[in-house]
Design a protein around this ligand. Structure first.
Ligand code: HEC
Ligand code: HEC
Length: 349
C-alpha cells in the first residue's frame, strides 16, 4: 500500500491559521469562492459536501470562530467547543452533557472526529446534515436558544454576534443580513475540516507498520479476527455508520429507545450508532449514556457480547471469550488510536 501524504491537510491548516487574507474583489452580490482544499483522507471515499454549501476558505474561517464563541448560546455560557474539547477526545468528559442554563442532557457528547463523513448525525442518526444539526443544537438543550421560557430564539442568539462578525459573514456570503442559515453553513463547513489525518492509525493503515506498537498490532488482530469487533467498528473510520443494540441502558425503567424512536421500527429498540473509536482513550466515560468509566471495562463488556436484552444484536455481537492478556492487547490497540488536534483556538472578533 502507498504511504499517506498530508499535503492536502497542510493547506487546510494554513487556511485555518488565518495568515492569508481572502482576495475579495468580488462582484457586489456574490463573494468569489476562494479555492479551498478540504482535508481529505487518502484512500477513503470523498466526503460528501452539500451542493448548496460548497466549502470555501472564508466559510471555514468564520465557522472556526463561531464554533469557539460562547456568545451564541442562550445564556452565553457554552460554545460548541465547550462540549467537544481536544483534551477529552472532542467530547466533554462527562457521563451526560450539561448545556446552557445548566440543563442536564440525557446523552454523552460524542467525538467530532471525521464528523463530515457521518451520514446520519447524533447517537440515533436523527439529523441528516451538519447544517440541520447546527440549528438543532442551537434550539435544543445544548445551546439553549429555545425561544420560550424567557430564553432567546436561535435568531436572537445569532443576532448577538451580527455586529462583531459583519465582515466575516460578508467575506463568506456576500453583503446581506447575518442569518441563522448562513451561521449553520459556516459551522458545517468548519466541522468538515475536523479530520483525523494526524493519527498513527491512518499511518498504519497506509502501510507504515511501525506506527503501532507490537502489542497494539496484536490487539488489532484480535479486534478484527477473534472478537470480530470489525463487524461494526469497520474500516478506516472504525464504524459502519449503522445502529445496533449492544444492551447499554436497557435495564432502565424507561430505556432510551435510540434509533427505535426515529425509525419507529421495533427491531431498532435501544440501538445506537456505532461510534468511531478514534481518540477513544481520551473520550471516556463511554457509551451513549456515559455509563462506563474506563476503556478496560468497555472492552470487557463488548468482548463478553454486550448486555443481554430482547433486542441485542446477536448476529454481529457474540461473546469472544478473550483471555486477560488478549483484552489487554485490545486495550493497547484502542489506546493507539489517539489523534493530534492541530486546530488552534481562534481570536474572536
Ligand atoms: C452542552 C454540551 C454540548 C454543546 C454546547 C454542543 N454539543 Fe454537540 N453534542 C452534544 C451531545 C450530548 C450530542 C449527542 C446528542 C444526541 O445524540 O442526542 C452532540 C452531538 C453533536 C454532533 C453529532 C455527532 C455525531 O457523531 O453524530 C455534532 C456534529 C455536534 N454535536 C456539533 C455541535 C455544534 C456545531 C455545537 C454548537 C452549535 C455543539 N455541538 C454544541 C453536546 C454538546
Ligand atoms: C454489534 C456491533 C458492534 C460490535 C460487534 C462491537 N461494537 Fe463497540 N459499539 C457499538 C455500538 C452501537 C456502540 C455504542 C453503544 C451505545 O452507546 O449504546 C459501541 C461502543 C463501543 C465503545 C465505546 C465508545 C464510546 O465512544 O463511547 C467501545 C470502547 C467499543 N464499542 C469497543 C468495542 C470492542 C473492543 C468490540 C469488540 C470486542 C466492539 N466494540 C464490538 C457496536 C459494536
Amino acid at each position: 500500500m502507498k504511504r499517506l501524504t498530508f499535503a492536502i491537510t497542510g493547506s487546510a491548516i494554513l487556511a485555518l491559521s488565518g495568515c492569508a487574507t481572502a482576495p475579495q474583489e468580488a462582484k457586489k452580490d456574490e463573494p468569489k469562492p476562494v479555492e479551498y482544499a478540504a482535508p481529505a483522507v487518502p484512500g477513503f471515499e470523498a466526503m460528501k459536501i452539500p451542493a448548496d454549501n460548497p466549502i470555501t476558505k472564508a466559510k471555514v474561517e468564520l465557522g472556526h470562530k463561531l464554533y469557539y464563541d460562547k456568545r451564541v448560546s442562550g445564556d452565553q455560557s457554552k460554545a460548541c467547543y465547550s462540549c467537544h474539547v481536544k483534551e477529552k477526545g472532542l467530547t466533554d468528559g462527562l457521563a451526560t452533557a450539561v448545556g446552557a442554563y445548566e440543563a442536564k442532557l440525557t446523552r454523552a457528547a460524542p467525538t467530532m472526529w471525521n464528523v463530515g463523513y457521518i451520514p446520519n448525525l447524533y447517537w440515533d442518526g436523527r439529523s441528516p446534515s451538519l447544517e440541520k444539526q447546527v440549528l438543532g443544537a442551537m434550539a435544543g438543550g445544548n445551546m439553549g436558544c429555545a425561544g420560550k421560557d424567557k430564553k432567546p430564539s436561535v435568531d436572537e442568539c445569532v443576532a448577538r454576534i451580527a455586529e462583531p462578525y459583519k465582515k466575516d459573514f460578508e467575506a463568506a456570503f456576500g453583503p446581506g443580513p447575518v442569518t441563522k442559515e448562513n451561521f449553520a453553513k459556516a459551522l458545517g463547513s468548519f466541522m468538515r475540516t475536523i479530520v483525523s489525518t494526524d493519527s498513527a492509525w491512518f499511518k498504519f493503515r497506509g502501510g507504515d507498520k511501525s506506527a503501532l506498537s507490537e502489542q497494539a498490532q496484536r490487539g488489532y488482530q484480535i479486534f478484527a479476527e477473534k472478537a470480530k469487533c470489525t463487524n461494526c467498528h469497520d474500516g478506516l473510520m472504525l464504524t459502519d455508520n449503522q445502529f445496533h443494540n449492544v444492551g447499554i441502558g436497557m435495564e432502565a425503567s424507561k430505556p432510551d429507545m435510540g434509533r427505535g424512536a426515529i425509525s419507529k421500527d421495533e427491531k431498532d429498540t435501544g440501538a445506537f450508532k456505532t461510534p468511531t473509536l478514534l481518540d477513544v482513550s481520551k473520550s471516556g466515560p463511554y457509551f451513549h449514556n456515559g455509563s462506563v468509566k474506563t476503556l478496560e471495562e468497555a472492552v470487557d463488556l463488548m468482548s463478553n457480547g454486550g448486555k443481554k436484552n430482547k433486542f441485542l444484536d446477536i448476529t454481529n455481537l457474540k461473546p469472544a471469550n478473550l483471555t486477560k492478556a488478549e483484552k489487554e492487547d485490545v486495550v493497547a490497540f484502542l489506546k493507539s488510536l489517539d489523534v493530534v488536534y492541530t486546530i488552534a483556538e481562534p481570536t474572536l472578533p
